[in-house]
Design a protein around this ligand. Structure first.
Ligand SMILES: C[S@@+](CC[C@H](N)C(=O)[O-])C[C@H]1O[C@@H](n2cnc3c(N)ncnc32)[C@H](O)[C@@H]1O
Length: 235
C-alpha cells in the first residue's frame, strides 16, 4: 500500500484500517488511538450506529490486528463502552493494565446538589505483557489524570465531529512512547496523535478512512510547532 502522506517520520494511509494493518510490519511500540464510540457520529463513511455486538466484533478484530504489531495499546473507549473493555480485549492479545482519564474542564459545573456532569473521559492502558512500558523516572510519580479544555477554539474542531485535544495526546505520548519509538493510530482522524508524536520527536503512522480528515491531518502536520501554551492550557 502506498501512503497518502510520508514526510518527516510520519506516514498516513487512507483506507479501512482492517485492510491496511495486515500490510504493516510489526515495528511499533504503542498503538495510541481514539476509535469511533458507536454513538451515532457522522464520519462520512464509517457506520457509527452499529448493533452493540457488531460494534464489539468489529473493534475487537481491529485491536487483535494491532496486537500483532505493537506490544502496548493506549485508547479512549468512550464512557459508554468502558464497562465492556475487558470483554472487548479478551482474545485480542491485549490485557487491560490500568485506567487514566482526562477531564473536559469547561463542561464541569461547581454545584454540589445537582446531578453529575459527564465531563471526563477514560483512557485504557493495555499490553501484551503483564507490565507494559511506561516512562519511569526514579523518584518521580506521573499523573493519571489531565484537566484540559476540550477542543473548543481548536481550528480542527471545525474539520471533524470529535477531534481530541492536542494536550491530551501529547500527555499520553510522553507517558507511553519509549525513546526512539514509533506510534500507530489506526483511527487517525485529523492526526492529533500523529502531531503529538511528531512534536515529541517520535515516528508515527496513521490510518484514516475519510480522505477529508486525512487532508486535515496533513495540514496539521505541516503547521509550525505550536508552543504548548497556545495549543491549550493544561492544568
Ligand atoms: C473518534 S475519531 C478520531 C479522531 C482523532 N482522535 C482526532 O483527534 O481527530 C475516529 C476516526 O476513525 C475513522 N474510522 C472509522 N472507521 C475506520 C476504519 N475502518 N479505518 C480507518 N479509520 C476509520 C473515522 O473516520 C474517524 O475519523
Amino acid at each position: 500500500v502506498t501512503p497518502y502522506y510520508d514526510h518527516d517520520g510520519v506516514q498516513i494511509y487512507v483506507g479501512d484500517c482492517r485492510d491496511v494493518l495486515p500490510r504493516l510490519p510489526p515495528a511499533f511500540d504503542v498503538v495510541m488511538t481514539d476509535p469511533p464510540y458507536n454513538v451515532g457520529k457522522n464520519y462520512g463513511g464509517h457506520d457509527d450506529r452499529q448493533e452493540p455486538a457488531d460494534y464489539e466484533t468489529w473493534l475487537r478484530s481491529v485491536l487483535a490486528r494491532c496486537a500483532d504489531l505493537a506490544p502496548s495499546l493506549v485508547y479512549t473507549p468512550g464512557t459508554k463502552n468502558v464497562w465492556r473493555v475487558a470483554a472487548l480485549l479478551e482474545g485480542t492479545g491485549y490485557t487491560p493494565h490500568a485506567m487514566l482519564g482526562w477531564h473536559k474542564k469547561e463542561f464541569a459545573g461547581d454545584k454540589f446538589h445537582v446531578g453529575p456532569a459527564h465531563c471526563w473521559e477514560p483512557v485504557v492502558w493495555a499490553g501484551r505483557e503483564k507490565n507494559p512500558y511506561f516512562r519511569k523516572r526514579f523518584g518521580e510519580r506521573g499523573r493519571d489524570f489531565l484537566v484540559v479544555p476540550a477542543t473548543h477554539g481548536d481550528p480542527f474542531a471545525k474539520r471533524h465531529p470529535c477531534p481530541k485535544p492536542l494536550p491530551v495526546m501529547a500527555w499520553l505520548v510522553g507517558l507511553f512512547v519509549p525513546d526512539g519509538g514509533t506510534v500507530l493510530d489506526p483511527f487517525a482522524g485529523t492526526g492529533t496523535t500523529l502531531r503529538a508524536a511528531k512534536d515529541a520527536g517520535f515516528r508515527a503512522v496513521g490510518i484514516e478512512l475519510n480522505e477529508r480528515y486525512a487532508a486535515a491531518a496533513v495540514k496539521r502536520l505541516e503547521q509550525g510547532v505550536l508552543p504548548w501554551d497556545s495549543a491549550a492550557e493544561a492544568v
